[in-house]
Design a protein around this ligand. Structure first.
Ligand SMILES: Nc1nc2c(c(=O)[nH]1)N[C@H]1C(S)=C(S)[C@@H](COP(=O)(O)O)O[C@H]1N2
Ligand SMILES: [Mo]
Length: 320
């Protein structure tokens, strides 16, 4: 099999330390250079007309890594300040401040249902027992924007093999923590909390499917679903459920939050497909955060080689 999408071990040398990051920012500002992330932020408060943030506080590390097509990873600032996380807010810029004090320790993930070895994992054991590797993936939101994100994590398959799904298991159901005291968005009656998602067992076992525990070589930031979230890069972003506390093996196709809210808009499969428009907008192109012009959306978000075989007998325009 082609090797180019295989995981890349984390090279800490490729992630600029905080101190160097600060001086780079100062340098860019002095040189009058406008970075991609500064441009993106140009319509947000706290940014001068030149696109240079007024706020001198550090926003994180930098990286010159790319995805397998050579597209650069998005800035740490973009990745951690432009988020869909409805438990905190439906406003993407508000998620970071509102999730700042979210409690992510202690944290356990219960794996149960149709398995021979049900197990409740403490997050520390997950980090210790499963080798963490870096995966640079595109994330394509159903709203037609995208980013490239350097995740750290491990294949979901490694964890599933440990609990041993029984021969009757056909699906995996995931559940986000329900903690309305800390997550004010969970007070909204418009959504069936807690957030739930699901995959077919073969999709869950695919090597591209990971449980992510960090990004940019750092522990998972709260706005991105700390301390552990799913990443399924060939599906629309809402399938990649955040802050997971339950993983259930089942023989019934799981209900998902978005399918319940909009059954004609958010299908169970929701594979990225430029030829199948959302009922209210086209999916043919997307806006890469940090870029000016739109780019074409790729079938399966560019991961056809790894995943198309799983849908060989499905009409992808019917099973959305
Ligand atoms: N629990 C939970 N998971 C979630 C969401 C959410 O609102 N709640 N939003 C989803 C959507 S729509 C997207 S596009 C991605 C965004 O991930 P990011 O903020 O890390 O880029 O998370 C997904 N996972
Ligand atoms: Mo999304």
């Amino acid at each position: 099999m082609n090797n180019k999408f295989k995981s890349i071990p984390v090279k800490s040398s490729e992630i600029t330390p905080y101190s160097q990051y600060l001086s780079r920012r100062d340098f860019l500002k002095a040189a009058g250079i406008v970075t991609g992330s500064a441009l993106l932020a140009a319509c947000a408060p706290g940014v001068t007309e030149s696109g240079v943030p007024e706020d001198e506080s550090p926003v994180g590390p930098t990286s010159n890594q790319t995805d397998e097509f050579g597209d650069p990873v998005n800035s740490f600032n973009d990745i951690t300040n432009y988020n869909n996380y409805y438990e905190f807010s439906t406003n993407k810029e508000a998620v970071a401040p509102l999730s700042k004090d979210f409690t992510t320790s202690p944290w356990t993930v219960e794996v149960y249902g149709m398995v021979n070895n049900p197990k409740t994992y403490a997050i520390e054991d997950i980090l210790k027992n499963f080798t963490q590797e870096e995966r640079i993936y595109r994330l394509r939101c159903v709203e037609a924007w995208s980013m490239v994100i350097p995740w750290t994590g491990f294949p979901l398959a490694s964890l599933l093999k440990e609990v041993e799904p029984t021969s009757t298991a056909q699906y995996v159901r995931f559940e986000t923590v329900y903690r309305p005291e800390e997550m004010k968005g969970q007070g909204s009656p418009f959504y069936p909390w807690p957030y739930q998602e699901g995959l077919r067992l073969d999709e869950a076992m695919n090597d591209l499917t990971i449980l992510a525990t960090g990004l940019y070589g750092l522990p998972m930031p709260n706005p991105n679903g700390a301390p552990i979230r799913l990443v399924v890069p060939w599906k629309y972003g809402f399938k990649s459920i955040k802050s997971i506390v339950k993983i259930e093996l089942t023989d019934e196709r799981p209900q998902t939050l978005w399918n319940t809210v909009g059954p004609t808009e958010y299908g169970f499969y929701s594979n990225v497909n430029p030829d199948r428009p959302h009922p209210r907008w086209s999916q043919a192109t997307e806006r890469r955060i940090g870029e000016f012009s739109r780019r074409p959306t790729l079938m399966f978000n560019g991961y056809s080689e790894q995943v198309a075989h799983m849908y060989a007998d499905m009409d992808l325009n019917l099973y959305y």
